[in-house]
Design a protein around this ligand. Structure first.
Ligand SMILES: [Ca+2]
Ligand SMILES: [Ca+2]
Ligand SMILES: [Ca+2]
Ligand SMILES: [Ca+2]
Ligand SMILES: [Zn+2]
Length: 437
């Protein structure tokens, strides 16, 4: 074994190389080097096997992954007489393995300094920190956490701004942002599609744009927002406190809100121009789709808003409105229909024995076939095309999707447009193409 002194505090100990024999696929052996690198700050221990011609034969991350104590959905709460949410749970090693974050969530990847501290967690996909003073920069980071135990426990009987709860806010926000990054990655929102990462690992797109995730942001209450610049520039998510209860509630522990906000980044990067009269509404609806599919629950933001229907007028099961009911009053109200359609599609996929991941694939991939500033019927055509078109017969995935749109008035021949003042003029139909009958 040979060690190589780097004189660099980046490494916990000097990299080492050991001559070994590596098995070849054909049963033979090949002379190779086993290279060990172990970073200091991120505590990432890698074994890399390098064969003839400097080929990388294998890589193995030998660091036991970190633990996060989180509310996977949102804290258990009684709302409208029903108990909803999930208990606080320690999730072990959620970042290990997989193509979405091959170096884990807290790896700095040598490009930016990954910070692991009570009130700031950063890595390749997100930089989560408190911004109580609303200056869009991290507040004090607190004590460094070097053992990967992001396991502060919540005390929901006291204010979310109490120190332990602020630590909980960071754990939860960092966890949820990374979770949705990895989920969407698997369905097509990857580097080449303009996703949010510091280091793109040579897989296309432009890096240096992990999410600035600002917890308990002091700039507002009872809301959240997400601003999406072009690929290669960092988006900013601002999560607010909600003041409808005492103590107040924290959107950072309400994954519905985090997933919804991340959805704005998804649609802006994959479709674009999501701020128009109709596309603004669709962007809101598409963001709700992330929340309801991730949590398999048809209400968005019920914890933060402390209301059985959450932040929307109706829950998405048996949603009562149709395309021709939409007017020009609110992007949130007019976007509900899109989430209701995708919830209906989820029901149809389940009834037909289709995997929910197929719906996720079509939902994300459909954005590749959707023009910027889309209308409802263009969203329908994009997602149906991603699912193979509306020609495969009534049980095909493309037709299940088409029928979900048609049930809500976005059938073949339907059209909507905006007139002066942002009013909507809609022709609704429930027709489906011959290929779906
Ligand atoms: Ca700040
Ligand atoms: Ca801010
Ligand atoms: Ca990017
Ligand atoms: Ca919910
Ligand atoms: Zn929104």
């Amino acid at each position: 074994m040979a060690r190589f002194s780097t004189g660099d505090a980046y490494f916990f100990q000097d990299p080492a190389a050991t001559r070994v024999l590596a098995p070849l696929g054909n049963g033979g052996l090949e002379e190779a080097w086993l290279v060990e690198t172990w970073t200091g700050r991120g505590n990432q221990l890698w074994h890399t096997l390098i064969g003839n011609g400097r080929r990388v034969l294998s890589e193995e991350l030998r660091t036991a992954n970190e633990n996060y104590r989180v509310f996977p959905e949102h804290p258990l709460t009684v709302i409208g007489g029903a108990t909803v949410g999930t208990p606080e749970t320690v999730i072990a090693g959620p970042a290990i393995g997989g193509a979405a974050s091959p170096n884990g969530w807290i790896s700095s990847n040598g490009r930016t300094a990954g910070v692991q501290a009570q009130f700031r967690l950063s890595g390749n996909n997100a930089d989560a920190y408190l911004d109580r003073d609303a200056n869009n920069a991290p507040d004090a980071s607190g004590t460094i956490i070097s053992n990967g135990e992001f396991t502060a426990a919540a005390n929901l009987a006291i204010a979310p701004t109490a120190a332990p709860n602020q630590q909980v806010a960071i754990q939860n926000l960092f966890y949820s942002v990374n979770l949705i990054h990895d989920k969407l990655y698997g369905h097509g929102f990857n580097e080449a599609a303009g996703n949010f990462q510091e280091n793109n690992l040579g897989r296309g797109g432009v890096g240096n744009d992990s999410v600035l995730a600002e917890a308990q942001d002091g700039g507002g209450t009872n809301n959240a927002n997400f601003s999406t610049p072009a690929d290669g520039s960092r988006p900013r998510m601002q999560m607010y406190l909600w003041t409808r209860t005492s103590p107040n509630r924290d959107g950072d522990v309400d994954s519905d809100i985090v997933f919804h906000e991340y959805g704005h980044g998804l649609t802006w990067r994959m479709i674009g121009s999501m701020s128009g009269c109709m596309s603004g509404a669709i962007g809101e609806g598409a963001s709700d789709v992330l929340a309801i599919l991730m949590n398999n629950d048809d209400v968005v933001g019920e914890y933060s808003y402390n209301s059985p229907n959450g932040i929307r007028r109706y829950r998405y099961t048996n949603y009562p409105l149709r395309y021709n009911n939409l007017s020009g009053n609110s992007v949130h109200a007019n976007g509900e229909l899109f989430a209701a359609i995708l919830w209906r599609a989820k029901e149809k996929f389940a009834a037909a024995g289709k995997p929910i991941d197929a719906l996720w694939n079509h939902f994300v991939n459909g954005m590749n076939y959707t023009p910027s500033a889309p209308k409802y019927e263009q969203m329908r055509d994009g997602i149906v095309q991603a699912a193979g078109g509306a020609t495969g017969g009534p049980a095909s995935e493309g037709c299940l999707l088409y029928k979900a749109f048609a049930e809500f008035g976005v059938g073949s021949g339907a059209s909507g447009r905006c007139t002066n003042g942002g009013r909507w003029t809609v022709t609704a139909t429930t027709n489906v193409p011959a290929g779906c009958q």
